[in-house]
Design a protein around this ligand. Structure first.
Ligand code: Z5A
Length: 211
């Protein structure tokens, strides 16, 4: 049996990942491609429990190393319980965030810190070896626009990272662009400032050209 593709969506706050993933999944389903939609942090029962620890509460709740370890523990559970078994069965897995978020948020968000970047890389190797997504979409948007979009939504108490200062969000955006520039074959940077339909069309174009 052929393995499924692993496709991830990344980007800063309110870049429109959830909106675009839903449209992309519908597009794959119409083509008859079996697919599974999941998210990080979370996606498996244990990882969803860790998600609540990470996303609720004060911005300074965890020190940086603890935060990297918690995201990584959640990712390991998600890989073992959900992502790897689905890929083995030939299902294409689409994840709303994955390991590039750890590099961008925990590695670059607080300002470039070689020790944190090294730790993010080392921890990933420990939990996942050489496994990586086949394709990653980075939805790029000015932080001011993205934060306004996400703050406009009501009833969301998972706002620990939205409350980081603007410098953090600019570091984050630059971090994602730096990650993408290191491997243009795997990363497709999408301008997320256009309309929902424009962004969707760009994603489909990149997907068809690359996979
Ligand atoms: N995090 C981390 O630090 N380290 C890690 O390793 C991982 C995660 C895995 C949870 O992620 C947090 O965890 C995240 C990083 C951190 N930081 N935060 N917060 P999340 O994915 O659950 O949360 P999020 O990034 O904030 O996603 P979101 O709020 O769900 O936003 P989104 O998925 O990017 O956008 P959306 O829900 O599709 O759209 C937001 C709003 O904009 C909504 O009202 C839409 O209708 C609207 N929208 C969408 N597209 C458009 C366009 N094109 N035009 C106009 N309006 C639009």
């Amino acid at each position: 049996m052929t393995k499924g593709y692993f496709i991830t969506f990344e980007g800063g706050e309110g870049c429109g990942k959830s909106t675009q993933i839903k449209l992309f999944t519908e597009y794959l389903q119409k083509k008859g491609i079996p697919c599974l939609l999941t998210r990080e942090p979370g996606g498996s029962q244990g990882a969803e429990e860790i998600r609540a620890l990470l996303l609720k509460g004060d911005t300074s709740k965890w020190d940086k190393i603890t935060e990297i370890l918690l995201f990584s523990a959640a990712r390991r559970d998600h890989l073992v319980k959900k992502i790897w078994p689905a890929l083995e069965q030939g299902t294409t897995v689409i994840s709303d965030r994955f390991a590039d978020s750890t590099m961008a948020y925990q590695g670059y968000g607080y300002g470039i810190n070689e020790a944190s970047i090294q730790m993010v890389n080392d921890t990933y190797k420990m939990i996942a070896g050489n496994f990586e997504p086949d394709l990653t979409f980075i939805l790029d948007i000015a932080p001011e626009v993205g934060i306004n979009r996400s703050m406009a939504r009501s009833g969301n108490d998972e706002q620990r990272f939205e409350h980081m200062d603007l410098t953090f969000h600019h570091n984050l955006r630059n971090g994602f662009l730096k990650i993408a520039s290191q491997n243009p074959k795997r990363y497709a940077v999408i301008d997320a400032s256009g309309s929902i339909d424009q962004v969707h069309q760009d994603i489909i174009k990149q997907f068809e050209e690359r996979l």
